[in-house]
Design a protein around this ligand. Structure first.
Ligand code: PEP
Length: 252
């Protein structure tokens, strides 16, 4: 099955309005989105609208880094899936390790965010990954299984077929340490097998699994040669147009 690779830049809490516009202008000239890959950026909530306008007809997708599960209501400081759609988002990152770690988001809560994204027709990019301690103690697969069970457990096979999973080992995020292509491949294969057990071969075959954790211009090619790596979730290197463009234009 041919899965269209998806490369996403997670801008985290970087790029104010003028820096975001500048980066959009650079991305428009350096990134040419062709049919064989999808590209997206996830700016901070405050500049999503601006980024959407400035990316214009570039075909670079705009997404968010988080959402609140309710469609609307008295939830000061929160943003719903419906509001995200209204400002041009087509995907949303859910369960990033920084949300799990600093904002104590549980797997169950993340499950409700996944359902909210699906309700509003946003593609959820669901992040999973183990800490260094968990890897060293040999519990990587158990941890990933628990994260998948907790959040995906209540989804139907048809809902599951609409999600993208991002494997992001916590020890590789923002540290400059990348999982070797073989290490990443092992976990990606495990995730695909999990989906196969739950929903069958066809859904598993269709599922896009992105790798995230210090993806850079000099390691993306090797990562993308692996059969179960279907794209990348890129933090630091997505803040520089040249680096992000090189990652998008990976060569295998
Ligand atoms: C991320 O924020 O999802 C990420 C993978 O960051 P970095 O590429 O900087 O490790």
């Amino acid at each position: 099955m041919d899965r269209i690779p998806f490369i996403i830049g997670n801008w985290k809490m970087y790029k104010d309005a003028s820096a975001a516009v500048e980066l959009c202008d650079q991305l428009r000239t350096t990134i040419r989105v062709v049919g064989d890959r999808e590209v997206g950026v996830a700016p901070s909530f405050a500049v999503i609208s601006l980024v959407h306008q400035h990316l214009g007809r570039s075909r670079i997708r705009v997404g968010a880094q988080n959402l609140h599960p309710e469609p609307e209501g008295a939830f000061t400081g929160e943003v719903s899936a419906e509001i995200l759609v209204s400002v041009g988002c087509t995907f949303v990152i859910i369960g990033h390790s920084e949300r799990r770690q600093y904002f104590h988001e549980s797997d169950q809560f993340l499950g409700s965010k996944l359902r909210a994204a699906l309700r509003a027709n946003l593609d959820p990019v669901f992040c999973v990954g183990e800490t260094l301690q968990e890897r060293e103690s040999g519990s990587t697969e158990a941890v990933i299984r628990q994260q998948l069970d907790g959040a995906l457990g209540s989804l139907t096979p048809s809902q599951l077929s609409r999600i993208v999973v991002a494997y992001e080992p916590v020890w590789a995020i923002g540290t400059g340490k990348t999982a070797t292509p073989e290490t990443a491949q092992q976990v990606h294969r495990f995730i695909r097998e999990y989906i196969c057990e739950r929903c069958g071969m066809q859904s598993a075959d269709r599922l896009r699994i992105l790798y995230g954790g210090s993806v850079k211009p000099d390691n993306v090619d090797a990562l993308m040669t692996q059969p179960d790596i279907d794209g990348a979730l890129v933090g630091g290197a997505s803040l520089k147009a040249q680096d992000f463009a090189r990652i998008v234009n990976y060569q295998v």
